[in-house]
Design a protein around this ligand. Sequence first.
Ligand code: NAD
Length: 494
Amino acid sequence: MVDQSRIDTLRAAPVAARKLLIDGKWQEGEGRPGEVTSPIDGTHLTTLESASSNDVDRAVAAARAAFEDGRWSKQPPAARKRVLHAIADRIQAEAVELAVLGIRDNGTEFGMAINAEPGSAAGTFRYYAEALDKVAGEVAPTPENILGLVHHAPVGVVGAIVPWNFPLMIGAWKLAPALALGNSVVLKPAESASLSLLRLAEICLECGLPEGVFNVVTGPGSETGNAIAHHMDIDVLAFTGSGPTGRRLMEASARSNLKRVYLELGGKSPNIIFPDAPNLAQAAKVSAMGIFRNSGQVCVAASRLLVHADIHDEFVAMVQAEAEALRVGDPLDLNNQVGAVHSETQLAHDLSFMDKAVAEGGEIVTGGKRILEETGGTYMAPTIIAGVERDHNVFQNEVFGPVLAVSRFKTEEEAISLANATDFGLSSAVWTSDLSRAHRCVAGIRAGLVHVNTYGGADNTVPLGGVGQSGNGHDKSMHAFDKYADLKAAWIQL
Ligand code: NAD
């Protein structure tokens, strides 16, 4: 059990200015250092170095040298396994410290962060530590006198660019499988939420990951990220973030070395409630948490609620009661269930949806405004907008905030049609007691993930990825290895 006094002690500690990690050394960058502000109370937290394109060059050169000389890539699988397990152990041992550090720059409520950030990152390192020596090649059924072998060769240097929501979890999703296969990595965290990943980099070194194998370059996307995207010596780019940035990365690949680009992007995930849902009260509770936890800043947030007309008013009232009962505030106060919106910019973006939603005919049932402004932090009331039609702005576009758009349907066909009526395809859910309907919805909904009678569960064994404009490729599970390996065939005359 974590008590409040331990959290309060950790939150009071000053955060030292942080440098770039290149070739195992903490170094200054050529760019203008960035200031980090805490969303909890708007105070200045620390300063981060910014990597210029020269700094990125140095990081990539270090990663390449490490890959080529085999200090990690040619270590026996059992040795790599030991290091990854040691990293997982250390993350677990430092879970509270890591969670608090991360919350101070990104604002996620402690109850969620402790599991989703260090908890998930430790599990991810452990999963790929266990998996790395289960990846075997193939012997192809070739003609007589030929031996055809198929190897899974590490790609070399992986670039990873990650967002500010769940940096540790998402960073580990890229880092652990890439390292497990022997690759080197150059990682760029979001400029406003780098602290927990910088600590992870220290942990990796302390646990025996050789210098140069994992490099961290902080700095703005437009400079540091852009240099990674255009780099001629990065083999694979793994990205999580917004659609517009994802498009830029694909263009950058086309303009540079045609590096493989894997995109985990946004969503506008539908959550369909049929009248025969097994337990409407439970569905309402889970639906509320499916959108409001971490102030809706979750890629798979259930941001569109599609409710059958027969239960629409009753069910929306139930979700409204759940929303209004949530305690929003200081994410490091254990009494609170929902923390801060990440930044003033993000809050302004979230609020910008309100007027348009009303102008288009939506009705703000609850929330719709900034709260707790006197704290200096960025907080928004859980918001429900009813009467949303498929052509409305808030139906089509990702808010990435605590905003639930509610639409009504009459038939299963209409529900699936509404579910599929955006450009996204990340997550979804259907609530019903009818097994056949559940299967029809799983088949009919265009998304990387369809929940049935639940929302938001996660496990390393199950891949996460989108279709449509939610991205390509998958994090988690054995499928993540596909991103960080090249298939290499050997054709041997016997
Ligand atoms: P963002 O695209 O603004 O930034 C993500 C990262 O890209 C940051 O590190 C940023 O510095 C960098 N970046 C920005 N511009 C760049 C450029 N021109 N070149 C290279 N790098 C650049 O996204 P965000 O606001 O940090 O994150 C929120 C978005 O991430 C939402 O759309 C959310 O849905 C998505 N997301 C998706 C998943 C998933 O698994 N599908 C998970 C979490 C978040």
